[in-house]
Ligand binder design. Structure first.
Ligand code: CUA
Length: 314
């Protein structure tokens, strides 16, 4: 059972103006620091060799209180700090402009998954964010429990999701593609499996996705799937999971209305296939120990019905 997009974050391949500004600042700062290191280390090595202590030599010339020397070694660090400040301010201007009055996207951290809401269209999903190529979206970040940190290194800056204190970032992608994001602040047992993906696509593709996501869940046709739905409604699944058109309102766990359209399950821990879903339902704790979804001790028959039903949620 391998995760869909691996675990390697692409921190050296920025793919948006925001991420590129941050990456460029990193390169520029590294050049400055490398130059300082080379000069300081070079002078030390030179002094060690050139002025090695020898038997019988007098003390070197002392110049304590030299105004010229004091001014020089105060001015050089000042120039360096001011230059780094200017570079940083320029970067922040690109990577972190003021938020839009109304967010395009609200992302809410949960232990251990991400709730994704599009307030303008009403789409609700989980662990999978769709964005248009070439247009920056204003994202409001929230958390329902503890501190999380939203990070898609190729597309945006890193930002904390703080309970009771919304934060804002901008997210954008230059090219269509699928980008890996993670939670980058320790938030409990399954912190490492709070992956999400950002899918950047053309405006028509995004609109088609949006239309599909806004449809309520279809009533299943197959006998097993129908029994699966009935079982879903009778058990405590509905107290945590929403399925639009079936039961609405629960927001403790991921919205399942279009569960089968998503690429991964368990916040990136497995590819979303019927086989993996069956294993997940059989015992989530086996796959993601600590996950808030308990083991329901489902029978083989119940597993088949539920998997059949969830697979209809395209
Ligand atoms: Cu959420 Cu780490």
């Amino acid at each position: 059972m391998s995760p869909v997009f691996g675990t390697v974050l692409q921190v050296f391949h920025p793919n948006s103006p925001q991420a590129r500004a941050i990456f460029d600042l990193g390169v520029e700062a590294s050049v400055v620091f490398a130059a300082i290191f080379a000069i300081v280390a070079g002078i030390i090595v030179y002094a060690l060799m050139r002025f090695r202590w020898c038997e019988g030599e007098a003390d070197p010339h002392q110049f304590a209180g030299s105004r010229a020397a004091e001014i020089t070694w105060t001015a050089i660090p000042c120039v360096i700090v001011v230059a780094l400040f200017a570079l940083t301010a320029r970067t922040m201007n690109v990577s972190d402009p003021a938020p839009a009055p109304e967010p395009d996207l609200i992302v809410i951290g949960h232990q251990w998954w991400w709730e994704v809401r599009y307030p303008k269209s009403g789409v609700v999903t989980a662990n999978e964010i769709h964005i248009p190529v070439g247009r920056a979206l204003s994202v409001r970040l929230e958390s329902t429990d503890v501190l999380h940190e939203f990070w898609v290194p190729q597309l945006a800056r890193k930002m904390s999701a703080v309970p009771g204190h919304p934060n804002h970032i901008w997210i954008e992608a230059d090219k269509p593609g699928t980008y890996l994001g993670v939670c980058s602040e320790f938030c409990g047992t399954e912190h490492a499996w709070m992956h999400f993906i950002v899918i950047a696509e053309s405006q028509p593709d995004l609109e088609a996705w949006q239309r599909a996501q806004l449809r309520p869940a279809a009533r299943p046709a197959g006998a097993d799937a129908r029994r699966g739905l009935a079982f879903f409604e009778q058990t405590s699944c509905v107290t945590c999971h929403s399925i639009k058109g079936i039961d609405d309102g629960a927001r403790v766990a991921p919205d399942l209305t279009h569960f089968a359209s998503r690429l991964q399950l368990g916040a990136g821990i497995a590819e979303n296939t019927p086989g993996n879903l069956r294993r997940w339902l059989a015992d989530p704790q086996q796959i993601k120990p600590g996950a808030k979804m308990p083991d329901f001790n489902l029978t083989d028959g119940q597993l088949t019905q539920l998997v059949d039903y969830f697979e209809t949620l395209k």
